[in-house]
Each structure stands twice: as structure tokens, then as C-alpha cells.
Ligand binder design. Structure first.
Ligand SMILES: Cc1ncc(COP(=O)(O)O)c(C=O)c1O
Length: 367
């Protein structure tokens, strides 16, 4: 119904030089030049996953997260299906517990069943964090593993409390059920829990992390676990066509991403809390959750959609600034958008963002 307007909104949003969310736009040429400068003259390409450059990086990530071993893979989609397949073989069960909003259910064309012959068992409600009781109920059938995403993107970056997370981990371990983390955005969690990456990862048997979201890499992921688990993952990586002849461009980008972006995560969560506070002062706008748990949240706009989109497009055109990422859900009188704080926010001081938000509210929301 609003397709054309949404498309136009997206086009203008992409033209904006300044965004409140995500990372600053850098051209592929600039990115490749920066990456080339970060590689030393004596570093060599990996070959089919072997070589100092890739192995050193895998060891660095394993140490950072406190796991025995790490494996670099081209995508998280590959990493997580492989993890679940390994647990399924080990546990002799094809049932994997997933939240209804899991990436595996929503965005992977059902690879978990079509390629890996695993059967999802749905745990929890689509708009809520999963509870221990719901996990317990799911284990009425023997489970291969339980997958939990931290933070949960589709519900505004919410996180279970530390106590809830520890109880889930302890209970699953008492039942001998592997606990796998979808840590696509794990990097946001230490600040939220006031715990180290190692303390959080210690609650899980296997973990996937991404290098191209919070960390601004090109693509790529690591799967982590015990030595034995990662040896099995290497076999599945080959079967899945994931051990490319050379992965070093992605590894170098991931390495730079960790160096540049990881130290910014505390500031980004502070900025998310501050920004949500600003949005929540505007009439017709609220954030979900009201106080962000991580450095991301959703914005709910209660406005007549067409009028809001048209006025926002005009405002973006006039200011060259995008405050609300293209809404991903639009009804007649309600729009929902997602904000994740990256390095773009730091382009302007908070006072300038505040001024901009006040102007946006006057021109777009109160008109
Ligand atoms: C929560 C979550 N899990 C897994 C993935 C898969 O990552 P990839 O794009 O590397 O396959 C994504 C990607 O957006 C994600 O958001």
C-alpha cells in the first residue's frame, strides 16, 4: 500500500550524508585502501583456511571470547547451521529449539530443514524474551541444542537479565543440552551486563559472532567452541563449500573492525540510551524497549503513514540528515523502524542531534 513511498524514502535516506544510526558511509575504494595499509609486507594469503594470518586471527578471537578454538567462516548463516548439525549428531536428535524471531526461521529460506534435515522446536513468544519455563517445556522432546540470540534484534535488542541467562544455562547444562549463542551482535552485551565477553560466553557451548554488523567489516563470522567441536565444524565447512581458497580480505577487514569498533561499544550504548530518551519526549513516538538494553532499539511512530513518509522525505531532502531508518513495518497509522548505533552517531555532538530532533518533530510530527 505504501510501497512506492517507502521506496522513495529509502532512496532519499541513502542520499543523506549524515545518519543517526549505523556506520558512516565509506566507499569500497577507501575501504580497500585502508585495509591494504593495515596489512604488513610479510603477511601472506591463507589457503583453504591454513596460514598465519587467518590462524592468528582465529586464536585472537578465541582468546577474546574465552573459548578453546575459533573457525572463520564466510557467513553466520553457514556458521549456525553447522553448529546445530554438529550438536544434532552428537545428541542423536534432530530437534533444535529456536525463538520464533530467530534468523534461522525468518531469513534463511529454511536452510536448517532443507539442507541440514533439522526440525525447529519453537520456544517462546515472538514479541518477548524466552523464559526458562518455555525452554523447559520444549525439552519434553529430546533436543539437539537450544539457540539463543544476544541481543535479540527482532525485539528491539532486548536481553534477558543476567540472572535469567545464568539460570537458563545452568538448567540446560544440568540436562546435558548444548546451549548455542547467536552472537551476531554479542559485542553490545558486555556493557549491558557489566560482564566481560568471556563471562558471557562461558554460559554457552558454542557461539557465532559476526564481523560486519557492529564491527563494520565486509562479511564474515567466527564459530567458537571446544577443539573437538571446531574440528567437526571444519569438516562441515568443507561440505558446505565454505572453506574458500582465500578468506584473507574478510579476515583483514574483521581484524580492523575489532580494533576500531570494539572500543566504541560502551559509548554506543550510552548514546542509544540518550537517543531513546530524546525520541521518547516527542509526541507520537516511542521506543521499544522504552529504555534500550543494548545499543539498538525500535522506534514506533503513531502517525498517518503516508503523511509521515512524505513529510520525512521532504525534511531529509532539505537537511541531508536521516533520523529514522527506512521503516520496515508500515500500517495505516503506525510505522516501525530500527535504530542501531554505529560510528555515524559520533559525526555530530549530542547538542546538534538534539536540535535536529526538535526541528524534525516540529516539521514532520507536529505539522
Ligand atoms: C541475528 C542474526 N543471526 C545471524 C545472521 C546471519 O549472518 P550472515 O549475514 O553472516 O549470514 C544475521 C544477519 O543479519 C543476524 O542478524
Amino acid at each position: 500500500m505504501h510501497e512506492t513511498l517507502i521506496q522513495t524514502y529509502r532512496q532519499y535516506a541513502e542520499l543523506c550524508q549524515t545518519n543517526v544510526f549505523g556506520h558512516r558511509r565509506v566507499s569500497p575504494k577507501q575501504i580497500l585502501q585502508q585495509l591494504a595499509d593495515s596489512v604488513t609486507d610479510d603477511e601472506l594469503s591463507d589457503q583453504y583456511g591454513k596460514g598465519v594470518l587467518i590462524e592468528r586471527f582465529e586464536q585472537e578471537v578465541a582468546a577474546l571470547l574465552g573459548k578453546q578454538s575459533a573457525l572463520f567462516l564466510p557467513s553466520g548463516t553457514m556458521a549456525q547451521n553447522i553448529a546445530l548439525k554438529i550438536w544434532a549428531d552428537e545428541q542423536q536428535s534432530d530437534r533444535v529449539a529456536l525463538h520464533p524471531t530467530s534468523h534461522l526461521l525468518l531469513h534463511e529460506e529454511n536452510a536448517v530443514e532443507a539442507l541440514y534435515q533439522l526440525k525447529p522446536v519453537i520456544v517462546g513468544q515472538a514479541d518477548q524474551l524466552p523464559h526458562l519455563d518455555e525452554i523447559k517445556a520444549a525439552t519434553e522432546v529430546p533436543l539437539a541444542a537450544v539457540l539463543l540470540e544476544l541481543p535479540m534484534r527482532e525485539i528491539g535488542g532486548q536481553l534477558p537479565t543476567w540472572e535469567a541467562l545464568v539460570s537458563q544455562s545452568e538448567w540446560l547444562h544440568a540436562q546435558n543440552i548444548p546451549f548455542h549463542m547467536d552472537g551476531a551482535r554479542l559485542w553490545q552485551c558486555p556493557e549491558a551486563y557489566n560482564k566481560s565477553l568471556q563471562q558471557i560466553c562461558a554460559l554457552f557451548d558454542s557461539i557465532y559472532v559476526s564481523f560486519y554488523k557492529d564491527l563494520g567489516g565486509i562479511s564474515g563470522a567466527c564459530l567458537l567452541g571446544s577443539h573437538a567441536f571446531i574440528e567437526k565444524a571444519r569438516v562441515w565447512q568443507r561440505r558446505a563449500g565454505g572453506n574458500l581458497f582465500a578468506l584473507y580480505p574478510y579476515v583483514v577487514a574483521a581484524r580492523e573492525g575489532l580494533k576500531m569498533h570494539l572500543p566504541q561499544m560502551r559509548q554506543r550504548r550510552d548514546d542509544a540510551l540518550w537517543l531513546a530518551g530524546q525520541f521518547n519526549q516527542l509526541s507520537g513516538i516511542s521506543t521499544w524497549p522504552h529504555t534500550p538494553h543494548s545499543s539498538m532499539f525500535h522506534i514506533v511512530i503513531n502517525a498517518e503513514a503516508s503523511a509521515f513518509l512524505k513529510r520525512s522525505i521532504d525534511w531529509m531532502q532539505g537537511n541531508g540528515i536521516c533520523l529514522i531508518r527506512t521503516p520496515y513495518k508500515v500500517n495505516k497509522n503506525r510505522l516501525i523502524s530500527e535504530i542501531s548505533i554505529g560510528d555515524a552517531f559520533a559525526k555530530l555532538p549530542r547538542a546538534k542531534w538534539q536540535e535536529t530532533i526538535v526541528d524534525f518533530a516540529k516539521v514532520v510530527l507536529e505539522a
